[in-house]
Write a protein that binds this ligand. Structure first.
Ligand code: PLP
Length: 224
């Protein structure tokens, strides 16, 4: 499995304007360095401890996306280290990110996670809930957080019709918020959908940010 080859193969197929996040969770620093040396600068991590360890060691111009469930008591540890937190799944978490960012004197970019998949274990706002959050104008209170768009996952299934339906629901939620002029949102333009098994469908449904792990780095060993 050659990491640089995998990246260049995917990049060739990705339409221009779609960002590739190389999801490096559970993979060692040496693999990330290999991808970095081939020109990949954006990586995704999902666990705070692992991310912070890698952050310390790896080049400082890496653009880190945090993509996992973020516990509120760990927010402080990652503020200032991420280019984008893709997985804001509650108002409480968003408020905390805002508080800690203000304290640190910086602005944190985030995506709101939408939940449409059938699995019980997935986090996020239901589409109606997220639209309700914007209708209630909760975002106007934010001092140090920039909401850049929406992230979502499709149901984990081989039924590609179901996957496409899920992506369409996420895209619709994104569009309803983005196109509501009364919100005056600036730079609400990231639609993050698609992983190794379904990124082609996601891109067809309008994704402009794909998060690909195993097709680049191989299978993850969850034992380590
Ligand atoms: C692990 C993960 C991915 C990457 O999954 P692959 O199937 O390995 O491409 C993408 N998004 C999120 C949120 C993840 O947790």
């Amino acid at each position: 499995m050659d990491i640089a080859d995998n990246i260049s193969r995917i990049k060739k197929e990705l339409p221009s304007g779609v960002k590739l996040v190389a999801v490096s969770k559970f993979h060692p620093v040496s693999c990330i360095q290999e991808a970095y040396d081939s020109g990949q600068k954006c990586f995704g991590e999902s666990r705070v401890q692992e991310f912070c360890e890698k952050y310390e060691i790896l080049p400082k111009d890496i653009e880190w996306h945090f993509i996992g469930h973020l516990q509120t008591n760990k927010v402080k540890k990652i503020i200032g280290k991420t280019a984008l937190i893709e997985s804001v799944d509650s108002e409480r978490l968003l408020e905390l990110i805002d508080e800690e960012s203000a304290k640190a004197g910086l602005v944190t970019n985030v995506l709101m996670q939408v939940h449409v998949a059938q699995e019980e274990t997935k986090f996020g706002f239901y589409p109606d809930e997220l639209i309700g959050y914007f209708e209630s104008r909760g975002f106007e209170k934010l001092k140090a957080t920039h909401i850049c768009g929406v992230m979502g996952m499709a149901t984990n299934t081989d039924d590609m019709q179901r996957v496409t339906e899920d992506f369409k629901k996420i895209e619709e939620t994104f569009r309803l918020i983005r196109d509501n002029e009364s919100y005056s949102l600036r730079g609400f333009d990231v639609l993050s959908m698609g992983m190794s098994g379904d990124w082609r469908q996601a891109v067809e449904c309008g994704s402009n940010n794909v998060r690909i792990g195993s097709s680049i780095f191989g299978l993850r060993n969850y034992q380590n």
